[in-house]
Design a protein around this ligand. Structure first.
Ligand code: ZN
Length: 316
């Protein structure tokens, strides 16, 4: 991993990846993520870090042969637990949170690496879970997720949990978090805005690095729209689902919008010149072979090209 310069405002390495830097930025955790240590007696790794202002961050990673793989983050904010990590680290997460006061769990979206700890926490503590209405059927029956081999290996399949549809705010121990729909990465994605701190707990709505590959079900125009809206919030801090902390993120969000729109124009121009999507992918986003191989084609440059060739608009 290559930590970004301190001036970048990113406290955790991100966007560094043998896979070309998009959603698999957490695969940069191949090799031990800095600061993550194996808890005594546990099979998986978890790091608990106190951020400023009383927010707790949990970084979770599956451990194989003594090395942490893909890291995911959860945050405890004034009694609200934002995401619960992967099934493989559910036990460790529950242990780490044992003495913490939690009143509600919120899942930013129903991807398997964000709600894997729900079941255990709910069983042990009877905690309520809130998520976007579209996420509820998946949380109730995670078999609805078609998991590729790499997902089963890295994260495991979560056990079911009972959740209710999230409203416009979520009460905390000292106020409220405001719920922002942030579709694109998934249709059921929400982020939580803490107005008192100026912090946004954004799950996977922000992913570091430049998109060079895309998962086949992502809505790239939704992502762009979300980046644009978030860039206008003038946030103090983004707390991401990878564990990357991005201070004063507006400029970086706006840069992602420009990058993707520019790439969209290039893709369409090459298409007008008669290049097919595969040839465009090879020209503009070379080097996705390892990513395609690891994910069984779930992520690819071709997906990104195809998405950029579609018209902006609401997802189906
Ligand atoms: Zn996700």
């Amino acid at each position: 991993m290559t930590p970004r310069p301190a001036s970048s405002g990113t406290h955790c390495p991100e966007g560094v990846s043998v896979f070309g830097g998009t959603d698999v930025r957490r695969a940069c955790g191949i090799g031990l993520p800095q600061g993550i240590a194996k808890r005594e007696g546990s099979q998986e790794m978890i790091r608990v870090k106190e951020l400023t202002g009383g927010v707790t961050q949990l970084i979770m990673a599956r451990q194989v042969a003594g090395r942490g793989l893909y890291r995911v983050a959860a945050y405890l904010v004034d009694g609200v637990l934002v995401d619960t990590g992967m099934a493989h680290t559910a036990r460790e997460a529950a242990e780490a949170l044992e003495k913490r006061q939690i009143r509600t769990i919120v899942n930013t979206h129903a991807h398997e690496d964000h709600f894997g700890g729900n079941h255990r926490l709910q069983e042990q503590r009877g905690l309520p879970v809130l998520a976007h209405a579209l996420a509820l059927p998946v949380l109730a029956d995670p078999r609805r997720l078609e998991l590729h081999a790499y997902q089963r290996f890295l994260f495991g399949r979560p056990a079911p949990s009972r959740a209710d549809a999230i409203g416009e705010t979520v009460a905390t121990l000292r106020g409220a978090l405001h719920v922002l729909p942030t579709p694109g990465h998934s249709r059921d994605h929400v982020a939580l805005l803490d107005r008192s701190r100026g912090w946004l707990f954004c799950g996977d709505a922000y992913i570091g690095g430049r998109e060079r590959v895309l998962r086949e079900d992502y809505d790239v125009w939704g992502m762009i729209d979300t980046y644009e809206r978030l860039s206008r919030l003038e946030l103090e801090r983004l707390c991401t689902g990878s564990g990357a902390i991005v201070d004063h993120p507006s400029e970086r969000l706006a840069a992602k919008v420009s990058y993707l729109k520019e790439r969209g124009e290039q893709v369409r121009e090459l298409h007008r010149q008669g290049l097919d999507p595969r040839a465009i992918a090879r020209r503009l986003f070379p080097g996705d072979r390892l990513m395609r191989w690891v994910t069984g084609g779930h992520f690819s440059a071709l997906n990104l090209v195809r998405a950029l060739l579609t018209s902006p608009g609401p997802p189906d």
